[in-house]
Write a protein that binds this ligand. Structure first.
Ligand code: EPZ
Length: 423
């Protein structure tokens, strides 16, 4: 197992090209099983979750992999699809394996999977997914942790009790080749939903209203491949802003979509940071001391993203004053606070509320990444700490960040990746 060694205190400065979005490429990779001919995806991030999705595609009989010449391109040919079951070992590698349920049902009318994996940030049920698919005529048998689905989806009117990102994406995947029209009310509005719809429409689907409060999908008879560029990762972009806020300095984010992270930059401005955006860049400067934020409420898009809670909290650990967090999306998303406390942070957690009293300094400590974004929060905290920190379990971080140590080193951080024996 590897770990990160971080010597805090360096101001950060320089340019970062934002990676392609993990939460966009994963549902699009699942969607590609429905496409006849070749699909070419550009700006794909090299993440462990991306490789997990490629392993599933190849297990199903597709030919899928990173291009041997162009490092961020994935080529997929799904015409060889010859099975609809996914082994537990592959399903459990990530949450996003669940998207293959909608895609396989859309393409073959069958799928045999188990409950997906993913970060331990809550119980993460899939009841909303299953209820929607049953409304689309799918017979679903759940037994011993396995899920067996049969039936070609038909159009349906579906109202979501909660605007679940994954459920919205699974319904879209099952609906694009369904018989008839599917309407989704109260869908998730995240940019990754819009990206999935754009990709599918480029492949010949008929989806209207993605990103809004009402999505209409008219089923078509087939989908062809296409060439599509994955949108920039708004959460990775926010991560590097939070790292700079924590450590101090000024950076420029290139190849990002600033409005995708408006709710996060609004909080950073409240923290006394300076932000200027153009169409695809964010110029960011942290002004110390940071100011506390009265309350940060995590919400569905376009509200403050739950995925940004941990690393914004990291920056607020040394802000002047008291900040309160309300984690309204996941019931177990404060596991990173233990690591912050080991670094000297003053944080009290009560259920879904965390109260952060700013302290003058954090100190380097040995910590373990509890999950993907909690791990990123520990990195941000370590960059601001006096002394050396060690972060273990960084396989969680590698699920969502392309070589995080190289990106941060490029803007002046003293960070390196070592094997657990220190070499
Ligand atoms: C997606 O997860 C993202 N993952 C998460 O990012 C993100 O935190 C989350 O959306 C919220 O924005 C991917 O896109 C791969 P949800 P997802 O369904 O689809 C409850 C990261 O760090 N719920 O919107 O699992 C659920 O328990 C990851 O990149 C049900 O109750 O999120 C949670 O409390 C972490 N029943 C809430 O809804 C269901 O059937 C939001 O879940 C589905 C969800």
């Amino acid at each position: 197992m590897q770990k990160l060694i971080i010597k805090g205190g360096n101001r950060l400065s320089g340019d970062i090209r934002v990676q392609g979005a993990k939460n966009a490429v994963l549902p699009i990779l699942a969607a590609s099983v429905m496409c006849c001919g070749e699909t070419v995806l550009k700006n794909c991030p090299r993440l462990s979750d991306t490789y997990s999705a490629l392993r599933i595609l190849n297990f199903l009989g597709c030919s899928a992999g990173f291009d041997i010449c162009i490092t961020d391109v994935i080529n997929i040919k799904a015409d060889g699809l010859d099975r609809f079951d996914i082994p537990d070992s592959l399903m459990r590698e990530m949450r996003s394996s669940i998207f293959f349920m909608g895609a396989l049902l859309g393409k073959t009318g069958q799928c045999r999977i188990c409950f997906p994996g993913g970060c331990d940030i809550g119980s993460r049920p899939i009841d909303i997914h299953l209820a929607a698919l049953r409304k689309m005529g799918i017979i679903i048998n759940e037994a011993n942790g396995g899920i067996e689905c049969t039936g070609k989806p038909h159009g349906a009117k579906i109202a979501l009790s909660f605007p679940s990102v994954g459920a919205t994406e699974n319904i879209i995947l099952a609906a694009v080749l369904a018989d008839g029209t599917t309407e989704i009310t109260n869908p998730a509005r995240e940019p990754e939903i819009t990206a999935l719809a754009e990709f599918l429409n480029k492949c010949g689907a008929d989806i209207k209203g993605a990103g809004g409060g009402h999505i209409i999908i008219n089923g078509v008879s087939s989908l062809h491949g296409c060439e599509y560029e994955i949108i920039p990762d708004r959460i990775a972009a926010a991560t590097y802003l939070a790292c700079t806020a924590a450590a101090g300095g000024e950076i420029t984010l290139c190849k990002c979509i600033p409005y995708h992270l408006d709710a996060v930059t609004a909080v950073l401005e409240q923290m006394n940071c300076l932000i200027h955006s153009t169409s695809d860049k964010i110029f960011f400067s942290a002004r110390k001391p940071l100011k506390a934020v009265n309350i940060v409420r995590t919400m569905v898009y376009p509200g403050f993203p739950t995925d940004c809670q941990a690393f914004i909290m990291a920056a607020l650990c040394t802000a002047r004053g008291t900040s309160i967090f309300a984690e309204n999306i996941f019931e177990n998303r404060y596991q990173h606070t233990g690591g912050f406390q080991r670094m000297g942070a003053d944080i009290r957690v009560e259920g879904r509320v965390a109260v952060v009293e700013g302290v003058k300094h954090l100190y380097g400590a040995k910590t373990d990444a509890p999950d993907l974004r909690g791990g990123a929060g520990l990195v941000a905290a370590a960059l601001s700490a006096d002394g050396i920190s060690e972060i273990s379990n960084i396989h969680y971080i590698d699920r969502g960040y392309e070589a995080i140590e190289k990106t941060l080193s490029s803007i002046g951080a003293d960070i390196k990746r070592v094997n657990s024996d220190g070499r």
